[in-house]
Design a protein. Structure first.
Length: 418
DNA sequence: TCTGGGGTCCTAGGACCC
DNA sequence: TCTGGGGTCCTAGGACCC
Protein backbone atom coordinates (compact mmCIF):
# COMPACT_ATOMS: atom_id res chain seq x y z
CA UNK A 1 0.00 0.00 0.00
CA UNK A 2 1.20 3.52 -0.80
CA UNK A 3 0.42 6.89 0.72
CA UNK A 4 1.05 10.27 -0.83
CA UNK A 5 1.39 13.24 1.48
CA UNK A 6 1.03 16.62 -0.22
CA UNK A 7 1.21 20.02 1.45
CA UNK A 8 -1.80 22.21 0.69
CA UNK A 9 -0.97 25.39 -1.28
CA UNK A 10 2.57 24.96 0.01
CA UNK A 11 4.29 28.31 -0.69
CA UNK A 12 1.20 30.28 0.31
CA UNK A 13 0.86 28.19 3.48
CA UNK A 14 4.51 28.87 4.40
CA UNK A 15 3.84 32.61 4.18
CA UNK A 16 0.64 32.32 6.22
CA UNK A 17 2.41 30.49 9.04
CA UNK A 18 4.47 33.61 9.78
CA UNK A 19 1.82 36.15 8.85
CA UNK A 20 -1.67 34.79 9.59
CA UNK A 21 -3.24 38.08 8.49
CA UNK A 22 -2.51 36.97 4.92
CA UNK A 23 -5.28 34.38 5.22
CA UNK A 24 -7.94 37.08 4.86
CA UNK A 25 -7.06 37.98 1.26
CA UNK A 26 -6.42 35.81 -1.79
CA UNK A 27 -2.63 35.34 -1.79
CA UNK A 28 -0.40 34.59 -4.77
CA UNK A 29 3.36 34.00 -4.97
CA UNK A 30 5.20 35.35 -7.99
CA UNK A 31 8.18 33.85 -9.80
CA UNK A 32 11.77 35.00 -9.79
CA UNK A 33 11.34 38.15 -11.85
CA UNK A 34 7.92 38.78 -10.33
CA UNK A 35 6.93 37.62 -13.81
CA UNK A 36 4.24 35.02 -13.32
CA UNK A 37 2.16 33.29 -10.66
CA UNK A 38 3.73 30.10 -9.30
CA UNK A 39 1.55 29.45 -6.24
CA UNK A 40 -1.86 30.43 -4.93
CA UNK A 41 -3.68 30.22 -1.62
CA UNK A 42 -7.05 28.48 -1.39
CA UNK A 43 -8.85 31.81 -1.70
CA UNK A 44 -6.77 32.78 -4.74
CA UNK A 45 -7.66 29.48 -6.44
CA UNK A 46 -11.32 30.05 -5.66
CA UNK A 47 -11.42 33.37 -7.50
CA UNK A 48 -10.00 31.69 -10.60
CA UNK A 49 -6.35 32.74 -10.65
CA UNK A 50 -4.48 30.20 -12.76
CA UNK A 51 -1.08 28.62 -12.20
CA UNK A 52 1.47 30.27 -14.51
CA UNK A 53 -0.64 33.34 -15.26
CA UNK A 54 1.50 36.40 -16.02
CA UNK A 55 1.63 38.60 -12.92
CA UNK A 56 0.76 41.81 -14.79
CA UNK A 57 -2.78 40.50 -15.37
CA UNK A 58 -3.49 41.08 -11.68
CA UNK A 59 -1.50 44.27 -11.15
CA UNK A 60 -4.53 46.50 -10.73
CA UNK A 61 -6.31 44.20 -8.33
CA UNK A 62 -3.13 43.91 -6.28
CA UNK A 63 -2.93 47.71 -6.11
CA UNK A 64 -6.57 47.90 -5.03
CA UNK A 65 -5.79 45.43 -2.22
CA UNK A 66 -8.12 42.71 -3.53
CA UNK A 67 -5.24 40.32 -4.05
CA UNK A 68 -2.00 40.07 -2.10
CA UNK A 69 1.14 39.24 -4.09
CA UNK A 70 4.47 38.18 -2.57
CA UNK A 71 7.74 37.44 -4.36
CA UNK A 72 8.93 33.88 -3.92
CA UNK A 73 11.13 33.21 -0.89
CA UNK A 74 12.72 29.84 -1.63
CA UNK A 75 15.03 29.97 1.36
CA UNK A 76 11.96 29.96 3.60
CA UNK A 77 10.09 27.30 1.59
CA UNK A 78 13.07 24.95 1.52
CA UNK A 79 13.50 25.17 5.28
CA UNK A 80 9.78 24.68 5.94
CA UNK A 81 9.88 21.68 3.61
CA UNK A 82 12.76 20.21 5.61
CA UNK A 83 10.72 20.58 8.81
CA UNK A 84 7.64 18.90 7.32
CA UNK A 85 9.72 16.01 5.92
CA UNK A 86 11.47 15.47 9.25
CA UNK A 87 8.13 15.26 11.00
CA UNK A 88 6.81 12.79 8.43
CA UNK A 89 9.95 10.67 8.60
CA UNK A 90 9.59 10.18 12.35
CA UNK A 91 6.32 8.36 11.66
CA UNK A 92 7.18 6.19 8.67
CA UNK A 93 10.76 5.28 7.82
CA UNK A 94 10.09 4.02 4.26
CA UNK A 95 9.61 7.42 2.74
CA UNK A 96 10.59 9.00 -0.55
CA UNK A 97 10.72 12.78 -0.82
CA UNK A 98 9.19 13.40 -4.22
CA UNK A 99 9.22 17.19 -4.40
CA UNK A 100 9.51 20.22 -2.16
CA UNK A 101 5.97 19.61 -0.87
CA UNK A 102 5.28 15.90 -1.46
CA UNK A 103 6.39 12.54 -0.08
CA UNK A 104 5.41 8.93 -0.77
CA UNK A 105 5.27 6.21 1.90
CA UNK A 106 5.18 2.46 1.59
CA UNK A 107 2.76 1.09 4.21
CA UNK A 108 2.12 -2.31 5.73
CA UNK A 109 -1.21 -3.88 4.77
CA UNK A 110 -3.70 -3.18 7.54
CA UNK A 111 -7.42 -2.62 7.97
CA UNK A 112 -8.76 0.48 6.19
CA UNK A 113 -10.02 1.92 9.45
CA UNK A 114 -6.58 1.81 11.01
CA UNK A 115 -4.96 3.33 7.94
CA UNK A 116 -7.40 6.21 8.08
CA UNK A 117 -6.85 6.79 11.80
CA UNK A 118 -3.09 6.87 11.40
CA UNK A 119 -3.32 9.28 8.49
CA UNK A 120 -5.58 11.64 10.44
CA UNK A 121 -3.17 11.48 13.37
CA UNK A 122 -0.17 12.26 11.16
CA UNK A 123 -2.00 15.17 9.61
CA UNK A 124 -2.68 16.72 13.00
CA UNK A 125 0.94 16.31 14.11
CA UNK A 126 2.33 18.00 10.99
CA UNK A 127 -0.10 20.89 11.39
CA UNK A 128 0.78 21.29 15.06
CA UNK A 129 4.55 20.96 14.70
CA UNK A 130 5.09 22.97 11.50
CA UNK A 131 1.89 24.97 10.89
CA UNK A 132 1.53 23.46 7.41
CA UNK A 133 -1.76 21.75 6.39
CA UNK A 134 -1.36 18.52 4.42
CA UNK A 135 -3.58 16.07 2.51
CA UNK A 136 -3.06 12.32 2.43
CA UNK A 137 -4.12 9.86 -0.29
CA UNK A 138 -3.78 6.09 0.09
CA UNK A 139 -3.98 3.36 -2.57
CA UNK A 140 -2.40 0.14 -3.84
CA UNK A 141 -0.05 1.96 -6.26
CA UNK A 142 1.61 5.37 -6.34
CA UNK A 143 -0.61 6.53 -9.21
CA UNK A 144 -3.79 5.57 -7.33
CA UNK A 145 -2.46 7.21 -4.16
CA UNK A 146 -2.00 10.38 -6.22
CA UNK A 147 -5.60 10.18 -7.41
CA UNK A 148 -6.77 9.59 -3.83
CA UNK A 149 -4.81 12.64 -2.73
CA UNK A 150 -6.54 14.86 -5.30
CA UNK A 151 -9.83 13.56 -4.02
CA UNK A 152 -8.85 14.39 -0.43
CA UNK A 153 -8.11 17.97 -1.46
CA UNK A 154 -11.33 18.34 -3.40
CA UNK A 155 -13.66 17.02 -0.72
CA UNK A 156 -13.13 18.93 2.49
CA UNK A 157 -15.60 16.74 4.39
CA UNK A 158 -13.18 13.81 4.23
CA UNK A 159 -10.88 15.61 6.63
CA UNK A 160 -7.91 15.77 4.29
CA UNK A 161 -7.54 11.98 4.07
CA UNK A 162 -8.80 9.76 1.28
CA UNK A 163 -8.48 6.01 0.66
CA UNK A 164 -8.95 4.23 -2.67
CA UNK A 165 -8.46 0.60 -1.77
CA UNK A 166 -11.11 -1.79 -3.12
CA UNK A 167 -11.56 -2.53 -6.82
CA UNK A 168 -15.02 -0.93 -6.82
CA UNK A 169 -13.84 2.21 -5.00
CA UNK A 170 -11.07 2.65 -7.55
CA UNK A 171 -13.29 1.89 -10.53
CA UNK A 172 -15.98 4.35 -9.41
CA UNK A 173 -13.39 7.09 -9.01
CA UNK A 174 -11.70 6.45 -12.37
CA UNK A 175 -15.07 6.72 -14.10
CA UNK A 176 -15.29 10.28 -12.77
CA UNK A 177 -11.68 11.17 -13.65
CA UNK A 178 -10.48 12.67 -16.94
CA UNK A 179 -7.19 11.23 -18.27
CA UNK A 180 -5.27 14.49 -17.86
CA UNK A 181 -6.07 14.49 -14.13
CA UNK A 182 -4.02 11.31 -13.82
CA UNK A 183 -0.39 11.56 -12.68
CA UNK A 184 1.76 10.87 -15.75
CA UNK A 185 -0.77 11.94 -18.38
CA UNK A 186 -0.42 15.52 -19.47
CA UNK A 187 -2.03 17.75 -21.99
CA UNK A 188 -0.49 16.22 -25.12
CA UNK A 189 -1.33 12.61 -24.29
CA UNK A 190 -4.85 13.58 -23.18
CA UNK A 191 -5.41 15.14 -26.61
CA UNK A 192 -4.21 11.95 -28.27
CA UNK A 193 -6.67 9.96 -26.15
CA UNK A 194 -9.56 12.30 -26.97
CA UNK A 195 -8.92 11.83 -30.66
CA UNK A 196 -9.51 8.11 -30.07
CA UNK A 197 -12.71 8.77 -28.12
CA UNK A 198 -11.25 8.18 -24.65
CA UNK A 199 -12.55 10.69 -22.12
CA UNK A 200 -12.22 8.96 -18.74
CA UNK A 201 -9.52 7.04 -16.90
CA UNK A 202 -11.88 4.06 -16.66
CA UNK A 203 -12.17 3.92 -20.46
CA UNK A 204 -8.38 4.11 -20.67
CA UNK A 205 -7.68 1.11 -18.43
CA UNK A 206 -10.17 -0.99 -20.47
CA UNK A 207 -8.12 -0.50 -23.64
CA UNK A 208 -5.99 -3.16 -25.24
CA UNK A 209 -2.34 -3.29 -23.99
CA UNK A 210 -0.64 -2.97 -27.37
CA UNK A 211 -2.96 -0.11 -28.33
CA UNK A 212 -1.97 1.81 -25.17
CA UNK A 213 1.72 1.15 -25.63
CA UNK A 214 1.62 2.38 -29.18
CA UNK A 215 -0.42 5.48 -28.38
CA UNK A 216 1.20 6.54 -25.08
CA UNK A 217 4.64 4.90 -25.16
CA UNK A 218 6.29 3.03 -22.30
CA UNK A 219 5.75 5.66 -19.57
CA UNK A 220 2.05 5.93 -20.41
CA UNK A 221 1.67 2.16 -20.41
CA UNK A 222 3.19 1.99 -16.92
CA UNK A 223 0.70 4.57 -15.73
CA UNK A 224 -2.17 2.41 -17.01
CA UNK A 225 -0.77 -0.69 -15.29
CA UNK A 226 -0.59 1.30 -12.07
CA UNK A 227 -4.21 2.41 -12.47
CA UNK A 228 -5.17 -1.26 -12.89
CA UNK A 229 -3.49 -1.96 -9.54
CA UNK A 230 -0.11 -3.35 -10.64
CA UNK A 231 2.71 -1.35 -8.98
CA UNK A 232 5.39 -0.22 -11.44
CA UNK A 233 7.01 2.36 -9.17
CA UNK A 234 8.33 1.70 -5.68
CA UNK A 235 9.68 3.99 -2.97
CA UNK A 236 13.34 4.69 -3.57
CA UNK A 237 14.12 5.38 0.09
CA UNK A 238 17.57 7.00 -0.02
CA UNK A 239 17.67 10.45 -1.52
CA UNK A 240 19.24 9.94 -4.94
CA UNK A 241 21.85 12.20 -6.44
CA UNK A 242 20.84 14.55 -9.21
CA UNK A 243 21.67 13.47 -12.75
CA UNK A 244 21.79 17.01 -14.03
CA UNK A 245 21.95 20.45 -12.45
CA UNK A 246 20.54 23.57 -14.08
CA UNK A 247 20.93 27.18 -13.13
CA UNK A 248 19.08 29.70 -15.30
CA UNK A 249 17.35 33.05 -14.99
CA UNK A 250 15.29 35.49 -16.97
CA UNK A 251 16.69 39.01 -16.96
CA UNK A 252 14.86 42.09 -15.82
CA UNK A 253 15.88 43.91 -19.00
CA UNK A 254 17.02 42.16 -22.18
CA UNK A 255 20.83 42.02 -22.44
CA UNK A 256 22.77 42.74 -25.62
CA UNK A 257 26.11 43.42 -24.01
CA UNK A 258 28.53 40.47 -24.14
CA UNK A 259 30.20 41.40 -20.88
CA UNK A 260 26.93 41.40 -18.93
CA UNK A 261 26.05 38.05 -20.45
CA UNK A 262 29.45 36.64 -19.49
CA UNK A 263 29.04 37.75 -15.91
CA UNK A 264 25.56 36.26 -15.71
CA UNK A 265 26.79 32.94 -17.13
CA UNK A 266 29.74 32.95 -14.74
CA UNK A 267 27.45 33.38 -11.77
CA UNK A 268 25.17 30.56 -13.00
CA UNK A 269 28.18 28.28 -13.39
CA UNK A 270 29.29 29.17 -9.89
CA UNK A 271 25.89 28.26 -8.41
CA UNK A 272 25.60 25.03 -10.36
CA UNK A 273 29.13 23.92 -9.49
CA UNK A 274 28.44 24.55 -5.82
CA UNK A 275 25.42 22.25 -5.98
CA UNK A 276 27.55 19.71 -7.82
CA UNK A 277 30.18 19.71 -5.05
CA UNK A 278 27.46 19.45 -2.42
CA UNK A 279 26.46 16.06 -3.79
CA UNK A 280 30.13 15.10 -4.15
CA UNK A 281 30.01 14.69 -7.92
CA UNK A 282 32.12 15.77 -10.87
CA UNK A 283 30.57 16.66 -14.23
CA UNK A 284 31.69 15.45 -17.65
CA UNK A 285 29.67 18.04 -19.55
CA UNK A 286 28.75 21.67 -19.26
CA UNK A 287 26.11 23.26 -21.51
CA UNK A 288 25.54 26.97 -21.95
CA UNK A 289 22.34 28.40 -23.39
CA UNK A 290 21.07 31.88 -24.22
CA UNK A 291 17.68 32.89 -25.60
CA UNK A 292 15.68 35.95 -26.59
CA UNK A 293 12.11 36.35 -25.35
CA UNK A 294 9.75 33.72 -26.77
CA UNK A 295 7.02 36.40 -26.84
CA UNK A 296 8.72 38.64 -29.38
CA UNK A 297 9.93 37.86 -32.89
CA UNK A 298 12.41 36.76 -34.00
CA UNK A 299 12.89 34.17 -31.28
CA UNK A 300 16.44 32.91 -31.09
CA UNK A 301 17.74 30.25 -28.74
CA UNK A 302 21.19 28.71 -28.91
CA UNK A 303 23.16 26.34 -26.80
CA UNK A 304 26.46 24.52 -26.84
CA UNK A 305 27.87 21.57 -24.98
CA UNK A 306 31.41 21.51 -23.64
CA UNK A 307 33.42 18.52 -22.45
CA UNK A 308 36.22 19.51 -20.06
CA UNK A 309 39.35 17.34 -20.56
CA UNK A 310 38.62 15.60 -17.27
CA UNK A 311 35.41 15.57 -15.27
CA UNK A 312 35.48 18.42 -12.78
CA UNK A 313 33.70 20.51 -10.17
CA UNK A 314 36.31 23.26 -10.17
CA UNK A 315 34.47 26.54 -10.69
CA UNK A 316 37.28 28.60 -12.30
CA UNK A 317 37.83 26.00 -15.02
CA UNK A 318 34.11 25.69 -15.73
CA UNK A 319 33.77 29.48 -15.90
CA UNK A 320 36.69 29.75 -18.31
CA UNK A 321 35.22 27.11 -20.64
CA UNK A 322 31.75 28.61 -20.48
CA UNK A 323 33.00 32.10 -21.35
CA UNK A 324 35.07 30.78 -24.25
CA UNK A 325 32.14 29.01 -25.86
CA UNK A 326 29.60 31.71 -25.05
CA UNK A 327 31.47 33.93 -27.52
CA UNK A 328 30.68 31.43 -30.27
CA UNK A 329 26.92 31.37 -29.82
CA UNK A 330 26.43 35.00 -28.90
CA UNK A 331 25.05 37.39 -31.56
CA UNK A 332 25.60 41.06 -30.67
CA UNK A 333 22.49 42.29 -32.51
CA UNK A 334 20.12 40.21 -30.34
CA UNK A 335 18.51 41.13 -27.02
CA UNK A 336 18.77 38.16 -24.69
CA UNK A 337 16.06 37.68 -22.10
CA UNK A 338 17.19 34.41 -20.56
CA UNK A 339 20.38 32.43 -20.07
CA UNK A 340 21.56 29.43 -18.15
CA UNK A 341 23.94 26.55 -17.72
CA UNK A 342 23.47 22.81 -17.36
CA UNK A 343 25.90 20.35 -15.79
CA UNK A 344 25.39 16.71 -16.78
CA UNK A 345 26.83 13.21 -16.91
CA UNK A 346 28.17 13.00 -13.37
CA UNK A 347 30.62 10.68 -11.71
CA UNK A 348 31.67 10.36 -8.11
CA UNK A 349 34.38 12.85 -7.15
CA UNK A 350 36.48 9.99 -5.78
CA UNK A 351 36.16 7.52 -8.64
CA UNK A 352 36.85 9.88 -11.48
CA UNK A 353 37.66 8.25 -14.81
CA UNK A 354 40.91 9.65 -16.23
CA UNK A 355 41.81 9.41 -19.86
CA UNK A 356 45.18 8.05 -20.95
CA UNK A 357 46.53 11.01 -22.75
CA UNK A 358 45.41 14.15 -20.96
CA UNK A 359 47.48 14.71 -17.86
CA UNK A 360 45.43 14.74 -14.68
CA UNK A 361 44.29 18.19 -13.64
CA UNK A 362 43.61 16.85 -10.18
CA UNK A 363 45.22 19.12 -7.68
CA UNK A 364 44.58 18.97 -3.94
CA UNK A 365 44.92 22.73 -3.71
CA UNK A 366 41.95 23.20 -6.04
CA UNK A 367 39.77 20.98 -3.88
CA UNK A 368 40.62 22.72 -0.68
CA UNK A 369 40.06 26.09 -2.31
CA UNK A 370 36.55 25.05 -3.37
CA UNK A 371 35.82 23.56 0.04
CA UNK A 372 36.92 26.71 1.79
CA UNK A 373 34.80 28.95 -0.41
CA UNK A 374 31.75 26.71 0.06
CA UNK A 375 32.22 26.72 3.82
CA UNK A 376 32.49 30.48 4.03
CA UNK A 377 29.39 30.96 1.87
CA UNK A 378 27.41 28.44 3.90
CA UNK A 379 28.42 30.00 7.17
CA UNK A 380 28.01 33.67 6.35
CA UNK A 381 25.97 34.52 3.30
CA UNK A 382 25.43 33.05 -0.13
CA UNK A 383 27.72 35.54 -1.83
CA UNK A 384 30.20 36.26 0.93
CA UNK A 385 32.95 35.12 -1.46
CA UNK A 386 32.47 35.05 -5.20
CA UNK A 387 34.53 34.93 -8.38
CA UNK A 388 35.60 38.13 -10.07
CA UNK A 389 34.16 36.87 -13.37
CA UNK A 390 30.70 37.02 -11.85
CA UNK A 391 31.01 40.78 -11.53
CA UNK A 392 28.05 42.44 -9.86
CA UNK A 393 25.18 40.80 -11.67
CA UNK A 394 22.37 41.33 -9.24
CA UNK A 395 21.10 44.37 -11.13
CA UNK A 396 20.50 42.16 -14.18
CA UNK A 397 18.13 39.85 -12.34
CA UNK A 398 14.67 40.36 -10.92
CA UNK A 399 14.13 42.57 -7.92
CA UNK A 400 12.14 40.15 -5.74
CA UNK A 401 10.49 43.32 -4.54
CA UNK A 402 7.85 41.83 -2.26
CA UNK A 403 9.65 38.93 -0.59
CA UNK A 404 8.97 38.07 3.04
CA UNK A 405 11.84 37.57 5.49
CA UNK A 406 13.92 34.40 5.94
CA UNK A 407 12.29 33.82 9.30
CA UNK A 408 13.83 30.43 10.03
CA UNK A 409 17.33 30.65 8.59
CA UNK A 410 18.70 34.12 9.29
CA UNK A 411 19.32 35.60 12.75
CA UNK A 412 18.70 39.08 11.41
CA UNK A 413 15.29 38.19 10.05
CA UNK A 414 13.61 36.43 12.96
CA UNK A 415 9.91 37.04 13.34
CA UNK A 416 9.31 39.93 15.74
CA UNK A 417 6.32 39.65 18.06
CA UNK A 418 5.11 42.96 19.43
C1' DT B 1 5.35 47.63 -20.60
C1' DC B 2 4.95 43.12 -18.21
C1' DT B 3 5.08 35.79 -19.21
C1' DG B 4 9.71 30.97 -13.79
C1' DG B 5 12.99 27.55 -12.64
C1' DG B 6 14.46 22.86 -11.96
C1' DG B 7 14.12 18.16 -12.79
C1' DT B 8 13.24 12.93 -15.08
C1' DC B 9 12.62 9.53 -18.69
C1' DC B 10 11.92 7.88 -23.43
C1' DT B 11 12.29 7.79 -28.49
C1' DA B 12 13.45 8.60 -33.25
C1' DG B 13 16.88 9.33 -36.26
C1' DG B 14 21.62 9.99 -37.67
C1' DA B 15 26.30 8.39 -37.68
C1' DC B 16 28.98 4.80 -37.30
C1' DC B 17 30.49 -0.28 -37.06
C1' DC B 18 30.95 -5.17 -39.15
C1' DT C 1 20.36 -6.00 -64.13
C1' DC C 2 20.90 -6.70 -59.43
C1' DT C 3 22.43 -3.25 -53.99
C1' DG C 4 21.58 -6.76 -46.76
C1' DG C 5 21.08 -7.32 -42.21
C1' DG C 6 22.22 -6.48 -37.71
C1' DG C 7 24.07 -3.87 -34.33
C1' DT C 8 25.76 0.42 -30.96
C1' DC C 9 26.06 5.04 -29.46
C1' DC C 10 24.80 9.75 -29.27
C1' DT C 11 21.75 13.66 -29.40
C1' DA C 12 17.83 16.61 -29.79
C1' DG C 13 13.48 17.00 -28.72
C1' DG C 14 9.19 15.72 -26.69
C1' DA C 15 6.60 14.16 -22.98
C1' DC C 16 5.91 14.36 -18.18
C1' DC C 17 6.47 16.16 -13.12
C1' DC C 18 6.70 19.90 -9.24
Amino acid sequence: MFALVDCNNFYASCEEVFNPALEKTPLVISSNNDGCIIARSKKAKEIGIKMGDPAFLYKERVERGEIRMLSSNFTLYADMSRRVMQTLESFAPRMEIYSIDEAFFELEEQPDKRLREEAINLRQKVKKWTGIPISIGIGPTKTIAKTANKLAKKQADMGGVSLLISKTQIRTQLEKTAPDEIWGIGHALAERLKSKGIYTAAQLIDCDDSFIQKLLGTPGYRTVLELRGTPCFSCSGEAEKRKSIVCSRSFKQPISNALDLEMAIASFVSRAAEKLRQQKSHAKFLSVFIATSPFTQPYDSRSCRIAPPNSTAFTPELIRLAKERLRQIYRPQLAYKKAGVLLSDFCDEKTEQMDWITPSTENPKKNSLMQTIDQINRRYDKNAVQFAAEGLVNHLMGAQAQASLRFTTSWNELLKVT
